[in-house]
Design a protein around this ligand. Structure first.
Ligand SMILES: Cc1ncc(COP(=O)(O)O)c(C=O)c1O
Length: 481
């Protein structure tokens, strides 16, 4: 039976005196390595400056109730790291080591996409994931890893798993009217990554690109980061205003669009606009970058065929599992016209290869055995229920101030604020209600004076969302009436 040392009795602080701030990591099972690790961190953090005499092994052993041989072994590990020196006859001393802290720049260069900490209703990008689905994914990936052969452990095809590409091609043919060869699908780490690869491969720095206004900020950031010049093109009730695009930037090399469910406005691009857009792209030899991020969640009727289903030469189709499953999976895909596949793969080879192969195959297993489609069916039902509850509450409790536009697909709802209100009233209502709602004005680069909330309704249980909707309605009435 293992003996309990004083250390465990007194918690993780291992000693008093000059070493009182040392902490042991209970996850390290080997005791010598645990003591070594605590000392190592203290030295690198500058808590034990160079030249400090470490207590004798006998003294430290007595202090913390760990065998003397273990302390001797920990000191030997420190010496072999070069972090301590054993001086014959006088003990062990911390070696001259520059403290690590001095080299660490703790200021983040890029703001995280979403702030740390617990999310609040109506945060976007928060699909619900049931534990049973995670268990199935875990089992499938464990199986894939343990059954891997040497080929599976290598670099593989730069397009990613063929098994997954075949599953995606089958789903696109059935659900999106898009017939494509699995060989023209490239697995990426999400839409943003796919967009970046296409920009690197097909657009030169300085080239202009039509960007939806209002639009998806992450896409705009990617266009800018790749050196392109995004040109804001207005979105109206029929989708992207192609005539405005032709006037503002007829020579653009690409257009970024979310035609199935414009982000954030929720507008579905009309068929005549689709034809106009493809016509322009054909004549201008420009690329249409079709971000089809949430068509799996359609609540009424069938979605229109994807643009890529209408033209296989000028449209690049970007899909993602960030909403069907969850964002941290980091798996998306791009359907690339065959003529430019080589260029996109060359751009990819210059950066990376593909997301972890086992995860791709595990995901394909869940697609082929029906787990993913069953999950989608359940989630669609839950999300529709949440959507309807929120809309009903807002209509009943904030009529005349907030007007929900009930979406036919997707995981977010636009809720218009009455016009003629002060420009900061949306922010005030949000703060008063204590919710995490995006504002339409926060997705615009051009001020229009029209304000709305963009409410995500997928991340929380319907009861939580209902309560948040009531808070939003209360706050809106209080600040407007
Ligand atoms: C418009 C739009 N496109 C794409 C995505 C998915 O992006 P990614 O696959 O890079 O996580 C999102 C997710 O929030 C989105 O809102």
């Amino acid at each position: 039976m293992p003996t309990t040392s004083k250390l465990e009795t007194f918690g993780p602080v291992i000693a008093t005196g000059p070493m009182e701030q040392l902490r042991l990591d209970p996850l390290i099972r080997n005791q010598a390595q645990r003591v070594h690790s605590a000392l190592r961190i203290a030295i690198l953090d500058g808590l034990l400056p160079s030249g400090t005499a470490l207590p004798s092994s006998r003294a430290l052993s007595r202090q913390i109730g760990i065998g003397r041989n273990t302390i001797v072994a920990a000191y030997e590990l420190l010496v072999s790291d070069g972090l301590a020196e054993a001086r014959h006859g006088s003990g062990t001393f911390v070696a001259p080591v520059p403290p690590l802290q001095a080299n660490i720049n703790v200021t983040p260069v890029i703001e995280p996409r979403s702030p740390a900490g617990p999310k609040k209703p109506f945060a976007l990008g928060q699909p619900r994931v049931e534990p049973a689905l995670l268990n199935r994914l875990a089992a499938a990936s464990r199986r894939r890893i343990s059954d891997a052969d040497p080929f599976d452990l290598g670099y593989g095809d730069p397009r990613g798993s063929l098994h997954l590409r075949r599953q995606i091609a089958a789903a696109l043919a059935i659900d999106r009217g898009l017939r494509c060869d699995p060989d023209c699908i490239v697995i990426v780490s999400g839409t943003q990554h796919g967009l970046r690869l296409c920009m690197d491969a097909l657009v030169e720095p300085g080239d202009r690109v039509w960007m939806e206004e209002p639009g998806y900020a992450a896409a705009r950031t990617t266009l800018l980061a790749s050196g392109a010049v995004p040109v804001p093109i207005n979105v109206d009730e029929e989708g992207l205003d192609i005539r405005a695009g032709r006037q503002r930037a007829p020579d653009a090399k690409a257009a970024y669009v979310t035609p199935s469910h414009q982000f954030p406005s929720g507008v579905r691009m009309s068929m005549s606009r689709r034809v106009e857009l493809l016509d322009w792209a054909e004549n201008a030899s420009a690329w249409v970058l079709e971000d089809d991020y949430d068509s799996e969640f359609r609540y009424t009727g069938r979605p229109l065929t994807a643009l890529a289903g209408l033209s296989s030469t000028r449209v690049i189709y970007l899909g993602t599992f960030a909403k069907t499953l969850f964002p941290a999976l980091r798996i998306g895909y791009v359907v690339v016209p065959p003529d430019v596949l080589g260029r996109v793969l060359a751009a990819r080879a210059a950066i990376d290869r593909f997301p972890p192969a086992f995860m791709q195959d595990a995901l394909a297993d869940l697609m082929s055995n029906g787990t993913v489609s069953a999950h989608l069916r359940r989630m669609r039902k839950q999300y529709r229920h949440s959507r309807d509850r929120i809309a009903r509450i807002l209509i009943e409790e904030a009529a005349g101030v907030l007007t929900p536009i009930v979406p036919e697909q997707g995981l977010h709802m636009i809720v218009r604020l009455a016009s003629n209100l002060a420009s900061d009233v949306g922010r005030k209502i949000r703060a008063e209600a204590g919710v995490e709602a995006l504002l339409l004005s926060e997705t615009q680069t051009v001020t229009t004076g029209i304000e709305a909330f963009v409410l995500g309704f997928s991340g929380f249980a319907p009861e939580v969302l209902s309560e948040a909707a009531s808070s939003l309605a209360r706050a809106a009435r209080k600040l407007v009436e």
